[in-house]
Design a protein around this ligand. Structure first.
Ligand code: MRU
Length: 360
């Protein structure tokens, strides 16, 4: 991945948002807070650094957070030696607790940490060296599987789209948010390789601008036709007839098909319904949380007010002392979702039934 100024369109959806450097034993993250101005890589060796990178959105997007957290707990045990056999579980649990508390909405974080914990239990009785190797292997598998799962989501999602369609997307559910391809953007990468000629509208995605900074950057670098719009322009663009489908990602799917995604997504879904435009949610099966009966059970992250009042302004724009409410996600009612696209196929309403069958 090159800086956008010197990058040539290369159709490569495998942006390396998160990878592990086996030579140095460090987790390497593409710092998404520096994009699009600068392509800067962070090298992390402690679980606390990974926690901070997740909280500060240096790595973000549900699947990428899961992959980073898996490597984060591995980093916790990676430097233990044979003498530390008795403390391995304690060190693992400390790292797990730290990472678990970094962001609440994306269930992929818990899913990845639970998977690492199951691997640790399966290795019980092994030497420190064996356990370390097993945890590294598990984190590598989580990363490799995510890339493959996203490619399959792309194939399943592409089957719902037509040539020369206008597509609207919100936030960033692309290669930067996963181990490669993305979820909602995967059909666009595959379609572009096959000459579909999509025209993409990327919502800016206030307050943290993932659409303008990240979706616009990765689609532009890949040579895909992308136009940025402010969030409040989506209705106008839809009314012109320029949008044939809305594609979004997701942080958690409840058992009834309610889906949590970046704040503003539910508003886009309501607009899409008004204009008769299909609204497709893309998510790996690991994003489905059957322990949440409905969207009301999904925890919604609240972030610092300064992200609204001053973060992207040259100077503060809000009056001093004014209250600011900053929920990072919202829930889209399942009635507004035309289909949920997973790696195992496309789920249509009634979602409670479709989700149950997916796990049977
Ligand atoms: O706060 P973020 O940037 O982590 O929010 C990300 C999203 O809302 C994405 O749409 C979602 O995680 C799916 S990523 C494939």
């Amino acid at each position: 991945v090159q800086g956008v100024k010197d990058a040539k369109p290369n159709h490569s959806p495998r942006a390396v948002a998160v990878r592990f450097d086996d030579e140095t034993g460090e987790l390497v993250l593409l710092d998404q807070t520096a994009l699009p101005g600068e392509v800067r890589y962070l090298r992390l060796s402690e679980p606390s650094q990974v926690r901070e990178a997740i909280y500060e959105l240096k790595v973000r997007g549900a699947p990428a957070i899961g992959v980073a957290a898996a490597y984060g707990v591995y980093l916790g045990v990676s430097r233990l030696s044979a003498r530390d056999a008795l403390s391995i579980e304690r060190v693992f649990e400390e790292a797990r607790g730290l990472l678990q508390s970094s962001r609440p909405t994306a269930v992929n974080l818990t899913w990845a940490l639970d998977r690492m914990a199951r691997r640790l239990s399966a290795e019980k009785g092994g030497s420190v060296e064996q356990i370390r190797a097993a945890l590294k292997q598990e984190a590598d598998a989580i990363r490799a599987e995510d890339e493959e799962v996203c490619r399959r989501i792309g194939e399943n999602g592409l089957a719902l789209l037509g040539r020369n369609w206008g597509i609207l997307t919100h936030c960033n559910a692309g290669a930067l948010a996963t181990a490669g391809w993305g979820t909602a953007l995967a059909p666009l990468y595959l379609g572009t390789e096959r000459g579909y000629g999509f025209k993409v509208f990327a919502d800016e995605t206030r307050p943290l601008l993932q659409g303008v900074r990240l979706t616009a950057w990765e689609l532009h670098v890949a040579g895909i036709d992308v136009t940025i719009i402010c969030d409040n322009m989506a209705s106008h663009v839809m009314r012109q007839g320029w949008v044939q489908a809305v594609l979004v990602g997701c942080d958690r799917v409840a058992a009834n098909g309610d889906t949590a995604n970046k704040i503003g997504t539910s508003g886009v879904a309501i607009l899409a319904k008004h204009y008769g435009i299909p609204f497709y949610v893309h998510a790996p099966v690991s994003t489905i949380d059957r322990a949440c009966a409905t969207g009301r059970d999904i925890p919604i992250e609240e972030r610092p007010p300064e992200e609204i009042t001053e973060k992207w302004y040259a100077r503060r724009m809000a009056p001093e002392g004014v209250k600011a409410f900053n929920p990072a996600f919202d829930v889209t009612d399942h009635e507004l979702v035309s289909a949920i696209v997973t790696e195992r196929g496309v789920i249509r309403p009634p979602y409670d039934q479709g989700i149950r069958q997916l796990f049977e």
